[in-house]
Design a protein around this ligand. Sequence first.
Ligand code: NAP
Length: 269
Amino acid sequence: MTDRYAVIGYPVSHSKSPFIHAQFAKQTRQDLHYDAVEVEVDALAEALAHLHAEPYRGLNVTLPHKVEVAKHCEQVSARAQLAGAVNTLLRTDSGWRGDNTDGEGFLRDLKRLGYAVRGARVLVLGAGGATRGILGPLLAEQPALLAVSNRNPWKPEALAEQFKAVGTVLPRTHLAIKGDRYDLIINATSAGHTGQMPRLPGPLLAQGGACYDLSYGSAFEPFAAWAREQGAQRISDGLGMLVEQAAAAFEIWRGVRPDTAPVLAALRS
Ligand SMILES: NC(=O)c1ccc[n+]([C@@H]2O[C@H](COP(=O)([O-])OP(=O)(O)OC[C@H]3O[C@@H](n4cnc5c(N)ncnc54)[C@H](OP(=O)(O)O)[C@@H]3O)[C@@H](O)[C@H]2O)c1
């Protein structure tokens, strides 16, 4: 019987995961089928039990279930606990094992692009779920400093507290970073989805600095325009992260790591 996998979310029809995993399966000659399953907020527990019984071998989890799904896992990896979110489920005989590959995917993409984190002054804009997922991997790379700035000033304070056993996160507000200079600025806000950009105070990027946005497609455009105004030599969107986090999930499920380059190229074309 062909092994079955799926992404669950609401909505989920826009998801690129079915395309990405179909490409991975073809490339690595794995016999599997990958669906997109729409699961409403109130139907999560029921859907997980149903998909387990089917049986699905693994699931990707997207919005709005990434936080809630951890409560339905029999085990949650250390990195998913730190991120406070689960994006990958592996079926066991008795339930689901939760993991989070977003941070790994993000870091692999930064390395693919040749962005240096070690010794760099790094600023992360936004303090939501995506920021929580990337802070652990960023701290592990030993930046000179890692600041998190957000519209709501309390969220960076809370993150600094949550991550203090892992490393130092400097909590900032968009006003308080005025006059600072950073070598790498990472946009982890969802502002681009409404065509917006966080209100930031003047120049923030050091000469020769780089900018990276977790968003892609039209949601990337406002940050890309701001980064160009800052004089960034290198600006990247989060499509590579999307493919890399999917590759990490695929490896958890199938024990083989696919080549991400041709899949990213196919998505871009
Ligand atoms: N490439 C990938 O694989 C990947 C993976 C995960 C996420 N992402 C992307 O990462 C982004 C963030 O996702 P998330 O899950 O962290 O979302 P989230 O938990 O809802 O957090 C959203 C963040 O954006 C800020 N924000 C929203 N609108 C804003 C505005 N107009 N001005 C200033 N700040 C604003 C929020 O600030 P407040 O706290 O002040 O409201 C909050 O910090 C999304 O674009 C998502 O698509 C990409």
